[in-house]
Design a binder for this molecule. Structure first.
Ligand SMILES: Cc1ncc(COP(=O)(O)O)c(C=O)c1O
Length: 399
């Protein structure tokens, strides 16, 4: 059991640890078993019905995954959490847990492309409708709420524009209308922001990013009260089968031990990178909550314990110059993911947000020239030197 007085780094290492009683091994044992033996039929039936605690079949839970679920729930300040096979499994499960046929969801207009795709293509097949709303405008949120609105869904800071939303103010609206508020906390990780403590009802994570932090696991979590997490475990993961497995849970447990240090370094380097880009004549706009020029800089300072590792920007000259710049990078790798030790760069309009129609993309602020950089754990001077050499040509063209 962890000590509530412990800081985040201590809790990330020590909370929910379940040492092997025979060997005393400090790293978590991996239990990959799918099936579990019971002393008699009555006990088996009691565990399946939930009368007795226990794990009975891999699709409904696993002991190694359970340790991780408890750790993540504790780090987010939630009653419980459920581990799933990806961030999208977490997002779709959270939405399916609160929405049913005929329901409507208010969604921030600046969301991850996969979330947009789920809401606009799959959810309507099950009678779920949606409205994308500028959630920086609290009046617009209230105006979008309909009698059948059963969820508000936000992502803050958003992917890829880094728009910061006021979780506490939005949670007051959701509470006034008795509508659950779901927050995608992937960009921040529990190290930097805890939406449940600010009034949200459910937090979703792509653990593929900072939680694991090494680019070798796909996973997701939904954190919140047990009514939701048990429903997701039994009725969504149970029936659709997107459970997290023990091996991947083990890798995330290992990744979490260094998350505090990693996230700190991502934040420090991203701030330096953002300041460098902002001062460069070939860069038109930089989006990073740690810059004073960011429209929600003050809110970010209040709500977040760090500004995160993602910096987005527009190179002067639009899409062609943007692509030329990306292709000239030598250290940063062109990739769809983020939150890894390696600096990763991508072009949202043609990569992560390609599922969104061009006119919709523009409404969400995803211009053709926008570039997203996931600042890695390399020495910051090397990341900046790489950007500098790639920008040399741009500067010659545009200055
Ligand atoms: C903010 C955000 N949420 C969710 C996801 C989806 O995560 P996954 O790829 O683990 O399904 C991503 C993926 O990039 C993301 O950036």
């Amino acid at each position: 059991m962890s000590n509530p007085a412990w800081g985040m780094n201590t809790r990330m290492i020590h909370s929910a640890l379940n040492l092997d009683s025979q060997s005393g091994a400090i790293s978590q044992s991996v239990i990959p078993a799918v099936a579990y033996a019971f002393p008699d039929v009555e006990t088996a039936a009691a565990v399946v019905s939930g009368e007795k605690p226990g794990i009975y079949y891999g699709r409904y839970g696993n002991p190694t995954v359970r340790i991780l679920e408890q750790k993540i729930a504790e780090m987010e300040g939630g009653e419980d959490s459920v581990g799933l096979s990806s961030g999208m499994a977490a997002i779709s499960s959270a939405l399916l847990a609160v929405l049913q046929q005929g329901d409507h969801v208010v969604v921030t207009k600046d969301v991850y492309g996969g979330t947009y795709s789920f809401l606009t293509s799959l959810a309507p097949r099950f009678g779920i409708s949606f409205d994308f709303v500028d959630c920086t405008n609290l009046h617009a949120i209230k105006a979008a709420i309909q009698p059948n609105t059963k969820a508000i869904y936000i992502e803050t800071p958003s992917n890829p524009r880094l728009t910061v939303l006021d979780i506490q103010a939005i949670s007051k609206i959701s509470q006034a209308y008795s509508i659950p508020l779901i927050v995608d906390n992937t960009f921040m990780s529990p190290c930097l922001q805890n939406p449940l403590l600010l009034g949200a009802d459910l937090v979703v994570h792509s653990a593929t990013k900072y939680l694991n932090g090494h680019g070798d696991v796909l996973a997701g979590f939904v954190v919140g009260n047990k009514t939701y997490t048990q429903f997701i475990r039994k009725k969504i993961a149970g029936d659709l089968g997107q459970n997290l497995n023990a091996w991947e849970a083990y890798l995330i447990l290992r990744g979490l031990k260094t998350m505090g240090l990693r996230v700190q370094q991502h934040c420090n380097s991203a701030q330096l990178v953002a300041e460098y880009l902002e001062s460069h004549p070939a860069i038109e706009n930089v989006f990073y909550p740690g810059l004073q020029s960011h429209p929600q800089h003050l809110l970010a300072k209040e709500q977040m314990r760090g500004m995160g590792g993602i910096v987005s920007f527009e190179v002067a000259g639009g899409i062609e110059e943007g692509k030329r710049f990306i292709n000239k990078l030598k250290l940063a790798m062109i990739s769809f993911s983020l939150g890894d030790p390696e600096t990763l760069v991508q072009h949202p309009a043609t990569m992560t947000h390609a599922a969104i129609l061009p006119e919709e993309r523009l409404k969400f602020g995803i211009t053709d020239g926008l570039i997203r950089l996931s600042v890695g754990l390399e020495d910051p001077q090397d990341i900046i030197a790489d950007l500098k050499q790639a920008l040399l040509v741009e500067a010659r063209i545009h200055v």
